[in-house]
Design a protein around this ligand. Structure first.
Ligand code: OOG
Length: 254
């Protein structure tokens, strides 16, 4: 653990990097953060946003697929926070210039139908295809585990497609996942790349939430993590995720 003052200082430099869209040096180069301290920084960062009028709308998992963990060299599954300010409506626009070096990845999203504590069973009310935009606030998109947790797991934007009930969706493992830019296929994968079965996401999120001081509440969104590697976000164009049997979600980058 670190002092609240120290956590606030780390949070302020991350917030500054994001607002100015200018990267900072990784903390691990000079002052490595233990995982507990890194979550303290993330909570301080989100508290600043909430004080500024933003609102927590969900949580996101990171490094739930081997492809992503390998791409970034971080092995542990991590939890980040989604706020209303990050949400892009399905079909809406996202400003490339608001980011430093954004990347995009296709994901599965869940809607929680009840509060979830460490022992709860299945609370998934709905499932949807999703797009996540990540933008590390660190130079060259390089970080260690503590760095990326403090930086709210690189969260920058997300869009959710039409929700479907679990009964309508059926078994959601081993569904084809496509990421397209201007109707060109840029990544393909399977929902089973997420933890071997994407339904495991809730249990993993529940464990991390209980350990690191997050609440999983009814009405919250949970992003289960990328099913493929991330690709650089195009400066302009239409980005779309489609998941077989679940439908599609698209945003316009401008
Ligand atoms: C960290 C976020 C990883 C995922 O889906 O695995 C992530 C990063 O790669 O910058 O969101």
């Amino acid at each position: 653990m670190i002092s609240a003052v120290r956590a606030a200082q780390f949070a302020e430099s991350l917030e500054d990097a994001q607002v100015r869209a200018e990267p900072i040096a990784q903390f691990s180069a000079t002052a490595p953060l233990e995982v507990d301290a890194a979550y303290q920084v993330q909570h301080a960062l989100i508290a600043r946003r909430v004080e500024g009028g933003d609102r927590v709308v969900g949580l996101k998992l990171g490094f739930t697929s081997r492809a992503k963990a390998r791409q970034m060299g971080v092995e542990d599954v991590i939890l980040g926070t989604l706020t209303a300010g990050m949400q892009i409506p399905d079909g809406g626009a996202f400003e490339f210039g608001s980011c430093i070096h954004p990347r995009v990845e296709p994901e599965v999203a869940y809607l929680l139908g009840s509060d979830v504590d460490a022992h709860d069973g299945n609370a998934i009310a709905a499932v949807a295809p999703a797009i996540e935009i990540i933008d590390s606030r660190y130079r060259n998109f390089q970080f260690d585990l503590g760095d990326v947790v403090a930086d709210n797991t690189s969260a920058a934007g997300f869009a959710i497609g039409p929700w479907m009930t679990p009964a309508e969706a059926g078994r959601i493992d081993n569904r084809a996942v496509l990421l397209e830019v201007d109707d060109r296929l840029v990544q393909t994968g399977s929902t089973s790349a997420i933890l071997g079965h994407p339904a495991r996401a809730l249990a993993v999120a529940r464990r991390l939430a209980a350990t690191h001081g997050f609440a999983l509440r009814s009405g919250m969104i949970l992003l289960a993590g990328a099913a493929t590697v991330a690709i650089p976000l195009p400066q302009r164009g239409i980005v779309e995720t489609s998941i077989a049997g679940l439908g599609r979600v698209r945003i316009r980058i401008e």
